[in-house]
Design a protein around this ligand. Structure first.
Ligand SMILES: [Zn+2]
Length: 322
């Protein structure tokens, strides 16, 4: 039984504290995808974060494993360690160069989506005008398939995500996205996107972020409700969990990398930045999910799939063989 958390964010800073990851591990998570940067982060910042996070994992081999394969994930779980792989949110760090995908893969990045909310020269963001996957984007999909990296469509424009799913020769996931049918938000996804993802053999992982759940303080039952909705649309074997917890930490200096234009990356139409900040389901949600999923009518086998088996199946096919 593997519990797979498809997307977690620490501060994008080399000195980020790993304690929240230990809290997820204590709550039962065996493997997590840890963000190392997005389109709003300059490449030097992303490289500094990658170097620091790799060193932190290497320095604690009794606690962490940097997973390069599903075999690593299973071994870490058997030894009571937390398996970690990295993810990138956006294609700007790829510098218009498909070869960068393989380089990031060699550094531990095993999951990527191409646009963070706004359009770039590779793909469309979900909060921008629709164009579709660009010619460079098609080459990037091939590079992702070739590098054995999970192709993710979270934060991506609707039509563009359909283009990516049609172009990919491998299963495609949404590592943190919720059904639009339950919460009207530009980041959430249509039944058509959910069915297209399932048709690739992929998985839609449910976020516990308040904006996307459509509730101010979401809990495990809310996450389970979104799981059940996607299961109804596409089948329980195509649902996973990516709670999308963003652990803020005080006292970190980001001045070397410049200001982030929050109004650009999180447009007011979808994000009321003057209102209450988004809330996240806490790590302990993982302990409550099995019963919450039972309450929405999933069978024990379906629950095992949602909590990790489904992502394990996809990673087994996409990542380089163990
Ligand atoms: Zn995200």
């Amino acid at each position: 039984m593997i519990r797979w958390e498809a997307h977690t964010c620490l501060p994008t800073h080399p000195q980020a504290d790993f304690a929240p990851l230990d809290a997820l591990h204590a709550a039962g998570v065996n493997h997590l995808s840890l963000n190392v940067g997005a389109d709003m982060n300059p490449l030097p910042q992303i490289m500094a974060v990658l170097a620091a996070f790799r060193a932190r994992i290497a320095a604690a081999p009794e606690r962490y494993v940097l997973a390069a394969s599903v075999g690593d994930v299973r071994r870490a779980a058997a030894e009571g360690k937390l398996s970690i792989a990295f993810d990138l949110e956006g294609a700007l760090p790829l510098q218009e160069q498909p070869e960068m995908v393989g380089l990031f893969a060699a550094l531990g990045v095993r999951q990527i989506h191409f646009a963070y909310n706004r359009n770039n020269n590779v793909a469309d963001g979900c909060h921008d005008s629709e164009r579709g996957l660009t010619p460079l984007g098609r080459r990037m999909v091939e590079a992702v398939n070739r590098a054995g990296v999970l192709m993710d469509c979270s934060h991506t424009g609707r039509n563009c995500s359909l283009d990516i799913m049609a172009a990919s020769s491998q299963p495609v996931i949404f590592s943190h996205a919720n059904p639009l049918a339950l919460a009207r938000h530009g980041r959430n996804i249509t039944d058509e996107q959910i069915r297209a993802c399932a048709a690739t053999g992929g998985v839609v992982c449910i976020s516990g972020l308040s904006f996307f759940v459509g509730k101010e303080y979401p809990n495990a039952d809310d996450v389970a409700r979104h799981v059940a909705c996607v299961a109804e649309i596409a089948g329980a074997e195509h649902v996973g969990i990516g709670l999308d917890i963003c652990f803020d930490q005080d006292g970190l200096d980001y001045s070397a990398w410049g200001e982030i234009d929050r109004n650009y990356w999180w447009p007011a139409r979808d994000y009321d930045l003057s209102g209450p900040p988004p809330t996240f389901t806490p790590p302990q949600t993982w302990q409550q999910l099995p019963e919450a999923l039972q309450r929405v009518g999933l069978s024990p086998k379906e629950i095992e799939g949602v909590l990790g088996g489904n992502m394990l199946r996809v990673a087994e096919r996409v990542w380089a063989p163990s």
